[in-house]
Design a protein around this ligand. Structure first.
Ligand code: ASP
Length: 441
């Protein structure tokens, strides 16, 4: 079995971090493909190399000297090289990059050098082969990854070398020029590599012990999630949790490669395992305290409620309202309804410039008796595949909120029962998350 391990910027920010990565890779001989980010922040207030590279480009563009910033970049790599006792010829690399620096240079090329140089150093440190992403990760002219070409090229490289280090974040266009993914894109490279070679596992190493059950800025020291399905992950991230980018899970999800989130600074911690499903886990555990996978939420929603006596008999009324909102290009989050009323739940940001015009349009097309606008609403999602078909979960949830004096303004549950959403006033946002976390974990 081959594992693909991707290490993020904070895992590779300094020589000390390089040492931890080496121990992790050497600790498991199946960790044969190592994908690296550029050095991230070493401490609060420090800079990420990628940010500095973009800053150099901005200076170039406006004709301002980039020298002092580029020197900072050079220094960071030289420090790692000397801490790890390496001999990689960084001077020639820096010279080559400098020779390409001009006003109209390819910004993606410059940004990609963060990963490129880090991979060079890591390859030497691990005694592994360096496989430049420009030689196997190919984009088509449409800017999308050419999976056939990419998969073949990487498979060939892996068949010839026992251990490779790959820079994340970029690949090559058909004309050979460098193209990067969006920020954080090394995660995507790791997933593409894992899928291409049919890896036994894709390990994404970062600085937290997996995906947390709740936002640590709200709940202190939240537990990490042991297992989560992709569907739950989507719900969590849509509702505000900072987890992996959709593009970064898609390649491994498609071929059902187990995806682990692990902590470079605490490699023994279990981390989080993400899979399409966990067929046996519903029987595994019937403890009433383990129904919840995680809790996430977003603030600042507006609820527009239209009330009209006899509405339930009026065919097409909700469609007219939805079309009216669509004309403003505004997405709708939820549409809870009653016999004589229905509501549109919309992110307040999206209504910033059109709320009044939209309401007058709704009045014209729906002719409601009243329209009520409730602002400053937060939506909080309780996510958990184990809630499905278990009576009593939502009852307990609402009772808990009630006994803590939290007024619920809205309730939604998806038909697959993996998520229950409650709407509360923005001022109750943090309290609601805390109350739910402490009573369900
Ligand atoms: N270094 C790039 C960034 O900071 C890509 C990555 O780390 O995934 O966005």
């Amino acid at each position: 079995m081959i594992k693909v391990c991707k290490f993020g910027g904070s895992s590779l920010a300094s020589g000390e971090q390089f040492k931890k990565v080496k121990d992790i890779v050497k600790g498991d001989e199946t960790r044969c493909v190592v994908v690296v980010s550029a050095p991230g922040r070493r401490f609060d207030g420090d800079s990420k190399i990628t940010d500095l590279l973009y800053l150099c480009h901005a200076h170039l563009k406006y004709g301002v000297s980039y020298e002092s910033i580029f020197e900072l970049i050079e220094q960071r790599y030289c420090e790692i090289r000397s801490y790890c006792g390496l001999s990689c010829d960084l001077d020639s690399e820096f010279e080559l990059i400098r020779s390409k620096m001009c006003k109209r240079m390819n910004v993606d090329y410059l940004a990609s050098r963060g990963e490129y140089l880090n991979a060079k150093l890591m390859a030497e440190y691990l005694g592994a082969e360096f496989a430049d992403a420009k030689d196997w990760l190919f984009f088509g002219y449409d800017g999308k990854v050419d999976f056939d070409k990419t998969n073949d090229a990487l498979r060939k490289i892996i068949s010839e070398t026992p251990k490779v280090v790959i820079p994340g974040f970029y690949g090559a266009m058909p004309d050979g020029s460098i193209r990067t993914f969006s920020r954080g894109g090394s995660d995507i490279t790791g997933a593409i590599a894992a899928a291409a070679i049919g890896a036994g596992a894709y390990e994404n190493w970062t600085d937290v012990s997996g995906i947390l059950m709740a936002d640590p800025r709200i709940v202190s020291n939240p537990k990490s999630i042991e297992k989560i399905t992709y569907a739950e992950l989507r719900e969590m991230s849509y509702m505000g949790a900072e987890v992996l980018h959709e593009e970064a899970v898609f390649p491994v999800r498609k071929v059902d490669i187990p995806l682990y989130i692990k902590n470079t600074n605490d490699p023994e911690a279990a981390g989080t395992l993400i899979r399409e499903s966990f067929p046996n886990d519903l029987e595994d555990d019937d403890s009433s305290t383990r129904f919840i996978t995680g809790i996430s939420g977003r603030k600042h929603f507006t609820i527009i409620t239209l009330h009209k006596v006899g509405m339930s008999g009026e065919v097409g009324l909700i469609r007219k309202a939805l079309e009216a909102v669509e004309r403003f290009g505004v997405p709708i989050e939820h549409v809870p309804s009653g016999v004589d009323s229905f509501s549109l739940v919309i992110a307040s940001d999206a209504l910033e410039n059109c709320l009044h015009d939209m309401i007058s349009e709704l009045q014209t097309v729906c002719q409601p008796d009243t329209v009520k606008v409730t602002e400053d609403i937060s939506l909080i999602a309780v996510v958990g595949r184990k809630m499905a078909f278990k009576p009593g979960v939502s009852g307990r949830l609402f009772a808990t909120l009630g006994s803590n004096n939290i007024n619920i303004r809205l309730i939604e549950q998806s038909a697959d029962e993996i998520i229950i959403v409650v709407g509360v006033k923005d001022e109750d946002f943090e309290k609601t998350i805390k109350v739910l976390y402490y009573s369900f974990t």
